[in-house]
Every structure is written in structure tokens, then in C-alpha cells.
Design a protein around this ligand. Sequence first.
Ligand SMILES: Cc1cc2nc3c(=O)[nH]c(=O)nc-3n(C[C@H](O)[C@H](O)[C@H](O)COP(=O)(O)OP(=O)(O)OC[C@H]3O[C@@H](n4cnc5c(N)ncnc54)[C@H](O)[C@@H]3O)c2cc1C
Length: 383
Amino acid sequence: MSPTHDVIVIGLGGMGSAAAHHLSARGARVLGLEKFSPVHNRGSSHGGSRITRQSYFEDPAYVPLLLRAYELYDGLERATGRDIATLCGGVMVGRPDTPAVSGSLRAARQWDLPHEVLDAKEIRRRFPTFAPRDDEVAFHERKAGLLRPENTVAAHLQLAARQGADLHFDEPMTRWEPYQDGVRVHTAENTYTAGQLVICPGAWAPQLLTDLGVPFTIERQVMYWFQPERDIEPFLPERHPIYIWEDAAGVQVYGFPAIDGPNGGAKVAFFRKGEITTPETIDRTVYDHEVRAMADHLSGCVPDLPGTFLKAATCMYSITPDQHFVIARHPAHPESVTVACGFSGHGFKFVPVVGEILADLALTGSTEHPIGLFDPARLAAPR
Ligand SMILES: Cc1cc2nc3c(=O)[nH]c(=O)nc-3n(C[C@H](O)[C@H](O)[C@H](O)COP(=O)(O)OP(=O)(O)OC[C@H]3O[C@@H](n4cnc5c(N)ncnc54)[C@H](O)[C@@H]3O)c2cc1C
């Protein structure tokens, strides 16, 4: 029997929806299976905003992927007319030797990316909402800004559907197995066959990709929205950058301008302060003591922001031991299965280029993009 599809994509969140778009744009017959509804808020791709930037302090090896992601995000906006990227500029604040500042500078110099370094006085002058200590500086990048995750996922799904992809929601994969030259995928209702399988499981990686041998950690993260104490004007995106602020103790807080109008507040979060969880057991309640801890922290750096607490929401990170991604042909099934997971809390800015890479890997077996850093072999436990 001939396969029902060329490629089956599991998970239509950030990465899977981009893969479905790029695969179907190249003429592949695509089936996308998603556990929940389109653009849901139970994974990792919701909450209204994500930071994007080019001078990547995590590792300069990401820079070429970011340059391509910027182009693809631009094309996505033009193709769908959706509001996706707002390049309001961004600052990494901290002492000169903190990784966010020194690492950004390293990436900018290596790739010749436009930037400035501002001292504390200049930070206060340009960005009056910030209260840096005298020994803090800011790495400033004009091309940084924010992406809207829900609009991104919706745009990729829209294009994939227009290109003929079959997208099935509320139909989780229950299991799959190798079958003939490809794979057979089961759901509660159906069985499908295809030459290629692309698995983009987000926080479900520990369940769906046990055989990768990568020790993923799933973390509960909280996003907070506050309405500033006095005037919202200085927080609007025309005047306010995104920011990542690392204090002397290594605590990173990051935030956004007020993108939801004069009464929608501005979003902030701690970068790595989550408890270990699972998608089934995550506590979605946000407690008063958590809100107070955030408000206290902000009072030292963005003192006008914690005026009125508006709302909070939870989200999950899927973290690898070295916090770099996993994007590869599946080592145990290199002919037919491609995986993208372990985005470690910093994957969204790469979504469209990951979609492009997954289409390359599934359709041709290789990619011209530099993905050596994302090989799961670096992390797999010895068997
Ligand atoms: C609070 C927070 C802030 C973040 N901030 C940033 C930021 O500022 N910048 C940045 O670049 N990144 C950021 N990230 C990280 C980024 O959002 C993630 O790396 C990215 O969204 C991960 O996309 P994904 O496709 O892997 O996961 P998801 O979007 O969660 O997609 C996985 C999908 O798989 C589906 N699924 C699971 N099991 C099955 C199954 N059996 N069958 C079918 N479907 C299944 C799930 O329902 C889900 O839809 C942040 C993440 C969080 C949580």
C-alpha cells in the first residue's frame, strides 16, 4: 500500500507549524497531528511576546541562523499580513563582565553587528524607566525586539493549510513504528503511513523521544503583567526596548514594552527560576508570593513598573544539559525520522529557520544551515 503522506509532523506548536509550512511549500504531502487546538496555551508558544535579537550571547554560532530567521519572519509577515515582529531595540544590562553583556559584545564583534555600549548615566538618559547601578552598563542593539508567538503559529498554520497540508487538531499521536521504508503513526482514531516523520514535541520530549537518550528537564515558568505606577507612555514600544537584566547574583529578569495598549500593562519574567515539572502535573496557579518576589525584584531596576499587578500565566521550558537545542536526524532512525526539541527557553526567535532546516532534513537528508551544535550525540547517555 502506498503511504498516505510524504511527511507526518507531530506537534503543531512553534516548530511543528513552521515545519508544516516549509514542507508543504516545497510540494510535500504533509499531515500535521496536534494534541490540542490550534494556537493553544498549554505548551511553550504562548503569552503574547518573545524576545528576538542578533548578538547572541549564548553562542556566536547561532548568529547565521538568526540572520536567516529575521528574513523569514519578514517574509511571513508579508505573506500573511499579520503583526508578528516589532523591532523596538533591546538592551542587555548588567556589570560589564556578566555573560549577557560580555557575550553579546563577543557575538557582535565576531559577526560585525551594529551595537552600542551605554554607561549607567547614558542608560538613564535614554531609557528613563531603568534605574541601573553606577557599575552597570547596557549592550544596546537596535535590531532586537519582540515577536508575537500566537500570530507566528497562526501564520504558519494558515500558509501550510493554504499549501494543502492536512492539519488535524485534538488528535495526538499515541505511538509510531518503522514501517516499510518509512513510518506508521497511530492516533486513537486512525493509522497513517509516510516516508518521513518529523517530531516537534516541545515539553513532551521526555515521553515522545525517550530513545534519544537526552536528559531533558521540563521547567515551569511564570510570565507577569504589571501596569506601571505612573505614566504608561515611557513603556510604549516607540520608546521602550526589550531588556535582559542580569544582577550581580546572576539573576536574570527580562521584559517587554507595553504592547497591548495603554491598559494592557507590560510583561516581565525571570529567565531561569522555574521548578521542575511535567506537562501533566504543572501547577498553573500563580501565587501571591511569586508576584511579590517579582515586584520586589523590579523595584530595584525598573521601579515604576510594579504599579498594579494585572495577570500572570505559566509556560514550560524544555532544557538540555548545555542549554543548546537538539535538531537532527534521529540517531536510531536516521533514514526516516527528524527531531527538533530541547529549545531550553530560547527557541522562539529561531522558529522559521528551524522549519526550514526540518524541511531540508526530512526531504533531502541534510541541510546547509550550521546545526553541528545541535547534534544529540553530544548529550546522549552512554548505553
Ligand atoms: C515563558 C517563556 C518565555 C520564553 N521566552 C522566549 C524568548 O523571549 N525568546 C525566545 O526565542 N524563546 C523564548 N521561549 C522559548 C520558546 O518559546 C520555545 O523554545 C518554543 O516556543 C518551543 O516551541 P516547540 O514547538 O518546541 O514547543 P510547543 O510550541 O509547545 O509545541 C509542541 C507541540 O507538540 C504538541 N504535542 C505534544 N505531544 C503530542 C502528541 N503526542 N501528538 C501530537 N502533538 C503533540 C503539543 O501540544 C504542542 O503543541 C520562551 C518560552 C517560555 C515558556
